[in-house]
Design a protein. Sequence first.
Length: 241
Amino acid sequence: MSTGEEGVLLVAFPAAGSGGTTLEQLEKLAARQGMDFLSLPNPPTSDAVESGQWQRQCLTDLVRTLDGTGATLTLLVGHCMGGFSALRLRGLFAEHTGHPTGVLLINTPCPDGEGRIPTMSELPDDGIARILAHEGFPQDLLDDEDVLAEVADRLRSEASVADGLARWLRTEDEPLDLLHVLSTRGDFFIPPRHCVTWHERVRGEVHMTVADGGHAIDASLAGLLEKCVHAALAGTRTENA
């Protein structure tokens, strides 16, 4: 195992629905590189964000993890909706820990001028089914109307929370000085054109990598993911030097 990244805590936020292969690849990357790893959830409801309950619980979990490690730098990696979670928590984490805290977004769309993002919150069941089919969701489950209705309701609910996080970002008055973004051309729902405008939301530098691949990061993109993580860590160190 490489120990070139000891002292780093990699915090991962999943896409809506589940962690999937992206979360799996991040955890494996952390193990290979000698990083500490923490998976945190997206907010379950908008009320959990507005009340501060979700932020407090995430901060508690972060501090508990840091207490058992020697980490002095934190990298928040968010996949799709998880990118908004990372951006919402970045300032809180940095302020509380005093650690340099960077952000890497994976297929997270940039809100437009009105705070809108591509979302499933208003899609009907068949629209969600088309997206899931493109991402390899088992067709036999999509053909089951009851299963599809349950999955679609959950995704719409989570997407509505993502909508709220995106609207908050539009009004945030402390833009980032540095952001790293990984976008894949084969993402049917959030292709690169929805990600390239992050420079409009970031005061400083935006480093964007575009590659072939689907919505989730699988083993075939493990090497590219590792390069993006290392670049984000290097940029965060330089920014805070």
